[in-house]
Every structure is written in structure tokens, then in C-alpha cells.
Ligand binder design. Structure first.
Ligand code: ADP
Ligand code: MG
Length: 495
């Protein structure tokens, strides 16, 4: 199937072409014809599957371009609002359509002016409800799209959504997209959609094979060292480190900064300007490591993120899928790396089952392995570098006093010193030991049953805790390093 099969108008084909889209993704191939026929629709597909174009293209195709807001898109967060409106702007501008973004934390007046000029608005629920209830704006859109509906539910926006719909015209085409379909979302769908068609992209289609999923078993207190070692070893282009809590984001940011990395933290409660600025520096590569919570990084769309690190395994499978979907985008390869303590192994098994994926376990590389990797990199760099004329001059000067082999040795020593291996030697667990632990986790009965969406529950479950003690014991028996006790003491103080 190609985009030309949809018989879009010329301006739209041009926009698709400009965007570099070659063929429709599965959710697009399935949803676009139904939307063009005028049906209401529920679309279920994971992050990164192209849902924005799946609704954006057929809606823009059907828009008249007359004055007034013809399409309203509701999204859970400000970042998403900006991303979705950027994408829709790309598709609409060839047809002269104007897009406005509506979210909290910015002055009303300017926003209202923009809304009055716009054909398409992309809004977060809070501000939109505000504007509608205070009668600052009145909307009469023919197309209403609810994007990331499950996320809105998680963020507690259900009432706002229901209320917003009381201000919208009955006569409209309504589309709802969600990565998952919890019961409350199904109920909402019944309330706001009219005889909807549904499009579901199944697990096998949505598992992105461009993402390698690896986990490392470490003791809890080893996480910082393990992370440092892995980043040093894998040498990511851009990476995102996910934490469960804001507090951890802050702590880890200062730690990684102190280690010499260019780091930025992304919080849910940052000032809007600052967030935009932070995301821009990440996109431009001024910042190499992003440290974020799930909510803060929701929908973050940066194409060249090479690695995603889960400092802790997320509580639920949906978060895992959202997180790892930040890498392996736009046809690039990516790696998703998860640090787990022995008592989190069952969570790995559960997520694998829920998501229909396989994570492979690897062992944290030793300092020596990192050194070898870096030396190899250096050797291939030497082989691929062109000699500059100033370098020739420098060597000529050195040759007055030294022979050429000595010069080479000295220069190599200087370069090697610059590429130091970061971090203390970490212990981690050996392959055999990890295998035994995984086996045990697989056979574990009881405990972690309602893991699904039960945020926060996993941690405090007493049974799981006690059960894992055996694992921890083995773990410390195995350790060979001597400086264990001092490992974390110094670092904690940095916060
Ligand atoms: P979702 O909403 O499902 O998470 P997005 O709509 O944000 O996904 O799309 C993810 C990325 O894929 C975006 O950068 C988008 O421009 C790109 N994309 C979408 N559809 C296509 C396509 N058919 N071909 C190539 N890239 C696409
Ligand atoms: Mg989306």
C-alpha cells in the first residue's frame, strides 16, 4: 500500500512527500480509509506507530479550510500538544491551514488570539476546559480527536474530558487513540463515539524489532556504578535515563553531571520555557543525557536517541513500552537497557509476557573490558583519520630531538590518558548466577499477580521482599571486590 492509494488532495500528498513518509504504517493503513469514510473510530496502537498521521492526514483531507476551528485535538501533556501540533502543522501548511497550541502556564490573551486565527487546535484538557467554561472561546469543530486517552485517564483528566464534550457540537466526527484500553476508556468511548469502527494493531506488529532489549542484574546499591559503567561502555549518541521519581531524577542528574556528562533533567513541574529549552538542547545534541520520569518524557519525540536506560524497571508494562519506544525511532536501531535487582526479576518476566517481548540478560562489563573497547575505538579512529598539515609540522619539530617511535609512544600515552574508564570496578552478577536467579523467578508462584496497572504496589508487597533474600545472599557471597562498603557513601552527599 502507498499513500497515493488514499487519493489525497495534491497539497496533502506534497506534505507527506516533504515529511519523507514512503508508506503508511499499519495503523495508518487501517485507520485512514475508515476516517475518510466518515466513521468514528477507536485506534489502539503503541507509541511510535504513527498515530498522529493516522488521524491528521484524513482529517486534513476532509477539512474545508474555512474560517474557524474545524479540528480539535485533545492530548494529555504540553509536550505532546507541541509535538502533535508540529506534526499537524507540517501536514496542513501546504493547504494553508493554521494550527494553534493550547495549554496551561501561558498567558490567556495571546492564546485566545491564536485560537481565533486557527483551523486546527491542539489542547491539553485543563486549559481547554478553562477557556470553554469561562466562555472565553466557543468551539464548533467538525472533527474531535482524543489522543493518548489512557494517559489522560492515568493523569486524572477523565472528568475534564467529559465536561469538555458537553461544550462540543453533537454533529461531529470523533476519533479516539490509546495505547491500551482500560475499562474506563471503553466506557468513555461509548459515551463520546457514535457507532465507532475500531483498529487494533496487535502485539506482534507493534513490537519494534529495531530495539534490542537487555537487562543487567545488579544489587540495589550498585545501580549508580552500573549505570556509569554501561554508559561509558556503550558510548550512547543520545540517551534517556528513566527514573520512577522526581527525587531520583534530581539525585542522578547531579551525580552524572559530577561524572562529567552533559546532563539535563526533565520534570513534570518545570517551567514551560525551561522545558522547551531543555528539549531543544537535547535535540540539538548540546545535552547528551536526558534524565526523566515517565510523565515528563511521555511522547517525547527525538529521532536519534540511541539508548534508553531504565534505572529501575518501571512498575507496569505500559510504561515499559512507552519508555523503550523513545529509541529505535524512524528506522534507527536502538537499545533499551534495564537495571534490575534480583527481586525485580519477576517483574521482567511479567512484562515480557504482557508485552510479548524478550529481554536478554547480559553481564556488566568490567573496567578492563571498557578499556579494551575504548582502545579498539581509538585504533579504528587512527586508521580512519586524515593527517593534518599542522600535525605534520608538530612531528617535524619533535623529530629534532626524538626518534619517530618514541614520538608515537608519547602521543598514544597522552591520548589514552584522556580516555579514562569511569567509575570503580563494579561487581554485578556472573552469567551462571543470573541464570539461576532467572530460573527461580520463572518458577516463582504467588505474589506478583495484579502487577498490570497497580502502580506503586509491587514495591511494598512483603511476600516478594522476603522471598528475594536468598538471591541477595548469594549475590554478596559471590562478590570479589573489596571496596564495597565505601561505594555509595560519598555519592549520596552530592544531592
Ligand atoms: P505515535 O503517536 O503512535 O506515538 P507518532 O505519530 O508520534 O507516533 O509518530 C512517530 C514518528 O514516526 C514521528 O516522527 C512521525 O513523523 C513518524 N512517522 C509517522 N508515520 C510515518 C510513516 N508512514 N513513515 C515514516 N515515518 C512516519
Ligand atoms: Mg501520539
Amino acid at each position: 500500500m502507498t499513500f497515493s492509494d488514499f487519493n489525497f488532495k495534491e497539497t496533502l500528498n506534497q506534505a507527506i512527500n516533504n515529511a519523507g513518509f514512503k508508506e503508511p504504517s499499519p495503523v495508518q493503513a487501517n485507520a485512514i480509509p475508515l476516517i475518510l469514510e466518515g466513521h468514528d473510530l477507536i485506534g489502539q496502537a503503541q507509541t511510535g506507530t504513527g498515530k498522529t498521521a493516522a488521524f491528521g492526514l484524513p482529517v486534513i483531507q476532509q477539512m474545508s479550510g474555512d474560517k474557524g476551528v474545524e479540528a480539535l485535538v485533545i492530548v494529555p501533556t504540553r509536550e505532546l500538544a507541541m509535538q502533535v501540533s508540529d506534526e499537524l502543522f507540517r501536514f496542513g501548511k501546504t493547504a494553508g491551514l493554521k494550527t494553534a497550541t493550547v495549554y496551561g502556564g501561558t498567558p490567556y490573551n495571546k492564546q485566545i488570539d491564536r485560537i481565533k486565527q486557527a483551523n486546527i487546535i491542539v489542547a491539553t484538557p485543563g486549559r481547554l476546559q478553562d477557556l470553554l467554561m469561562s466562555k472565553k472561546i466557543k468551539l464548533n469543530p467538525s472533527f474531535v480527536i482524543l489522543d493518548e486517552a489512557d494517559e489522560m485517564l492515568d493523569m486524572g483528566f477523565l472528568d475534564e474530558i467529559k465536561n469538555i464534550f458537553t461544550f462540543l457540537p453533537q454533529e461531529r466526527q470523533t476519533l479516539m487513540f490509546s495505547a491500551t484500553m482500560p475499562k474506563q476508556i471503553k466506557i468513555l468511548a461509548e459515551q463520546i463515539l457514535n457507532n465507532p469502527k475500531s483498529v487494533t494493531i496487535t502485539k506482534s506488529e507493534r513490537t519494534n524489532t529495531d530495539i534490542a532489549q537487555i537487562f543487567y542484574v545488579v544489587a540495589d546499591y550498585e545501580r549508580d556504578d552500573a549505570l556509569l559503567r554501561l554508559i561509558d561502555y556503550k558510548n550512547p549518541n543520545k540517551c534517556i535515563i528513566f527514573c520512577r521519581m522526581k527525587k531520583e531524577v534530581d539525585r542522578l542528574s547531579s551525580y552524572m553531571t559530577a561524572q562529567g556528562f552533559k546532563v539535563a533533567a526533565l520534570h513534570g513541574d518545570m517551567e514551560q520555557k525551561q522545558r522547551e529549552h531543555t528539549i531543544r538542547s537535547f535535540k540539538q545534541g548540546l545535552v547528551e543525557i536526558f534524565i526523566a520520569t515517565d510523565v515528563a518524557a511521555r511522547g517525547l519525540d527525538v529521532n536519534d536517541v540511541s539508548h534508553v536506560f531504565n534505572y529501575h524497571i518501571p512498575f507496569d508494562s505500559e510504561s515499559y513500552v512507552h519508555r523503550i519506544g523513545r529509541t529505535g525511532r524512524a528506522g534507527n536501531k536502538g537499545e533499551a537497557i534495564t537495571l534490575v535487582s534480583p527481586n525485580e526479576l519477576r517483574t521482567i518476566k511479567r512484562i515480557e509476557k504482557d508485552v510479548g517481548t524478550v529481554m536478554v540478560s547480559e553481564v556488566i562489563p568490567t573496567r578492563q573490558e571498557v578499556q579494551t573497547r575504548k582502545d579498539d575505538d581509538l585504533l579504528s579512529k587512527i586508521a580512519n583519520t586524515e593527517v593534518s598539515s599542522s600535525a605534520k609540522e608538530m612531528v617535524k619539530t619533535l623529530q629534532h630531538d626524538l626518534d619517530i617511535v618514541t614520538i608515537a609512544h608519547l602521543l598514544a600515552t597522552i591520548v589514552q590518558k584522556e580516555i579514562d574508564v569511569k567509575g570503580k570496578d563494579i561487581i554485578g552478577l556472573g552469567t551462571e548466577e543470573v541464570k539461576a536467579l532467572i530460573e527461580r523467578a520463572k518458577n516463582f508462584k504467588g505474589g506478583d499477580r495484579n502487577g498490570g496497572r497497580g502502580r506503586g504496589r509491587n514495591r511494598s508487597r512483603g511476600g516478594a521482599r522476603r522471598r528475594s533474600h536468598g538471591g541477595r545472599g548469594r549475590n554478596s557471597d559471590h562478590r570479589s571486590g573489596g571496596n564495597r562498603g565505601s561505594r555509595n557513601g560519598g555519592k549520596r552527599n552530592k544531592n
